[in-house]
Design a protein around this ligand. Sequence first.
Ligand code: PLP
Length: 344
Amino acid sequence: MTRHVDLRSDTVTQPTPEMREAMARAVVGDDGYGEDPTVRELEERFAALMGKEAAIFVPSGVMANQIALRVLTRPGDVVVAGRHQHVVSFELGATARNSSLQFALVDDSSGELVREEVMDLIDASADHQVPVAMITVENSHMFSGGTVWDPDRFAALARAVGDRPIHLDGARLFNAATASGRPPSELAAPATTVMACLSKGLCAPVGSLLAGPTSLMATGRIERKRLGGAMRQAGVLAAAGLVALDTMVGRLAQDHRRARTLAEMLARAFPESNYDPATCVTNIVSFDHPQARQIAHELTERGVWCATVAPRRVRLVTHAGIDDADLEFVGEVLVSFTPAASTR
Ligand SMILES: *Cc1c(COP(=O)(O)O)cnc(C)c1O
C-alpha cells in the first residue's frame, strides 16, 4: 500500500500496549449489579477529575449525551444548543427519536454560544413561546475547529441562565483543559452534567463517561439500561480507560502543536479559504472552501486521509498516531497540490 497519514479523526487511535496489559489483568464483576471494581474505580476517578459527585461509564459519547438530555428534561421540552454541536447535527436525530425533545438553536460559529441569543430564547416564554428547559454546550467545539470556550464567558452564561441546567459535551474536554491551562473540573464547574470520551485523543478502545450529581447519575443508570448500554464485565474496558486518564492526557499538547503546524501548511496551500491558523488551539484543523469535497477526496487519494464535516468544510485531526515525519509527508503532498476544478 502507498504511504498514508490518517487525519480523518482522533477516533482512529489504537490502545497502547499498557492498555492491553491492563485489560488482560483487570479484576472484573457484573456491573449490572454494580459489582465491577474496575468500572467503579474509573467512575470515581472521573467524577473527582470533573469535580462532580458521581459518574457513569457508558459505551459511547453519543450515549453519554443522550442520557444527560434525558435526565435533565421531560418529553416535549426545549433544549438550547449551538447550531453545529455534535448533539444537534451528528447524532442522527437521536434526541428526537429517544427523548422527544426539540432544539432551539443559536449561533455557535465561534465555538461559543452567543449569550444574547440564548437569553432571547429564554425571554421568549413571556411571548407564549415554549419555555427553555436546559442548555447544552460543547468544549472543545468540534465544528468550529476544536475551539475552546473562554472559562469566564462560560461561567457568565451559566449565571445568566439561572437555575436552568447546563450539559457540557466535553468529548474533548481534556484537549480544552490542556489548551486553556485550567483543570477540567474548573471548565466543567458551571455545568450540571459533563461528558468526556476516552476513545478519541486518549486512545482507549471504547468508552465515555458522564458525571454529575449523585441523584441524576442514579437516574442516568436507569436510562443507560433503557438505551441498552448497561454492560457486564465492563472492567476490561474500564481498565484501558484508567490507563488513558493516567498516561494519555499529558501528551495532548503534542497533538495541538502538530495541528497548528498543519493549520499553517493548509492556510498557505489554500489562501482563498481565508483560514486563520491562529484559530487552531487544540487538535482539529477545519476550514471552509468551495471545493471542500474535491480537496478531501484528492488529498485522500494522495495519502493524506481527511474528510468533510459539511458540504464546504474540510477537517483534519491530529492524534497519537501522527508524528512529525507524517507532517513532513503532508507538506510534500501540499506543495504540488491543486484540486481539480469543481463546483462543490
Ligand atoms: C465524538 C463526539 C461525540 C460522540 O462520541 P462517540 O463516542 O463517537 O459516540 C460527542 N460529541 C462530540 C463533540 C464529539 O466529537
